[in-house]
Design a protein around this ligand. Structure first.
Ligand code: NCD
Ligand code: ZN
Length: 343
């Protein structure tokens, strides 16, 4: 049995770091294992301008533990007032790696997101022209669409029309949760890719709802039925270049998770690499872990893969059940299975 497994240092192509005390509490878990991460802009207020992104990047860099080599890749939060020239300047300065589309009301802190897509057409055209990727939270928010169908309906009603109207626009469907999204991305268009989270490879909707409600497994997009989880696992472990890791590690305090109307998000930064090693080994695909975590993402974003390496050792990982922050404890995602790999 293999006792160690070394891969190029991974990157996280979808991460929530928050701000202030929470940022300082959660960032070390990512910067320990990951060289780079795409930083989500859904702060309160959101990161909408190049100036906001520059200031947020400075706060992140100030919070990196001294010994860690970590680069935050910033994003702008797309609003109906986003200025295409500001986006283009931020891209030209090397400040941002992507723009993030939240349909208004789709998830945590998405109230400033887009309702009328005609208002952002000029931004999409500029992004297609300069090759700047659009990261999408792929869910419609219409009250008449069942929450378990929101991703599949987004592809038909929103994403396909955007891609048709803006040829050349590079799109990352983020945190995909359905076989519909896997099939859509697998058509192999080089301008389209998808991230998959750690938790969606492990849980299905039973984990949230069967035998008592489990708020710590509630995230958006919500986990779907088992057939979809299996499709995601097949996609992630395939090594196919259009699928890569975006943990969507999204810390919320327990006080905010355990409410009558609790927050969505799973905090997976501390144990993601141990869980992924387990998942890939279970599926006989440990040799394809590196493609998913360290090669396919940089290739899509036009960046070199990391030179440094990360070694996994066959040893039970040691991570806390929750971490302490100035705002209160944050529970670490429980994979509900024994883990056998440590970083
Ligand atoms: C994210 C958050 O908490 O910011 N929550 C989540 O469930 N994933 C937002 C998001 O990515 O949808
Ligand atoms: Zn997210």
């Amino acid at each position: 049995m293999t006792q160690t497994h070394t891969i190029r240092r991974p990157d996280d192509w979808h991460l929530h770091l928050r701000d202030g005390d929470m940022l300082r509490a959660v960032l070390p878990y990512t910067s320990r294992d990951f060289a780079r991460a795409i930083i989500m802009p859904n702060l309160v207020p959101p990161v909408v301008t190049a100036a906001d992104a520059r200031a947020y990047r400075d706060r992140i860099i100030a919070a990196i533990p001294g010994a860690d080599d970590f680069t935050p890749l910033m994003t702008l939060y797309l609003t109906e007032d986003t200025d295409p020239a500001d986006v283009a300047a931020a891209h030209a300065d090397g400040l941002i790696a992507a723009v993030k589309l939240y349909p208004a009301g789709a998830t945590t802190n998405s109230a400033s997101g887009v309702s009328d897509f005609t208002k952002v057409a000029a931004v999409f055209d500029k992004m297609a022209e300069i090759g700047l990727p659009l990261c999408t939270h792929g869910e419609v928010t219409d009250a008449d669409v069942d929450i378990f169908d929101r991703e599949a309906v987004f592809i038909d009603r929103v994403l396909e029309p955007i891609r048709r109207d803006h040829p050349g626009l590079r799109v990352v469907m983020e945190h995909i949760t359905t076989s519909d999204a896997v099939d859509y991305v697998k058509t192999g268009d080089t301008n389209l890719a998808a991230t998959i989270t750690t938790h969606h490879l492990v849980i299905n909707r039973n984990h949230i709802l069967a035998g008592g409600i489990k708020p710590h497994y509630y995230c958006l997009p919500v986990a779907k039925r088992e057939t979809h989880r299996l499709a995601l696992r097949a996609a992630a472990t395939s090594g196919d270049s259009w699928f890569f890791l975006g943990t969507d590690s999204a810390p919320h305090t327990d006080a905010n998770k355990l409410l009558p109307c609790g927050c969505a998000g799973c905090f997976t930064a501390p144990n993601t690499m141990s869980i992924l090693a387990e998942v890939f080994e279970q599926d006989g695909a440990l040799d394809r872990l590196e493609a998913f975590t360290s090669l396919n993402g940089p290739a899509f974003y036009g960046l070199p893969p990391n030179e440094a390496t990360l070694t996994l050792i066959r040893e039970m990982p040691d991570y806390p059940a929750h971490i302490d922050t100035a705002d209160g404890p944050v529970t670490v995602f429980d994979p509900a299975m024994p883990l056998n790999w440590s970083v």
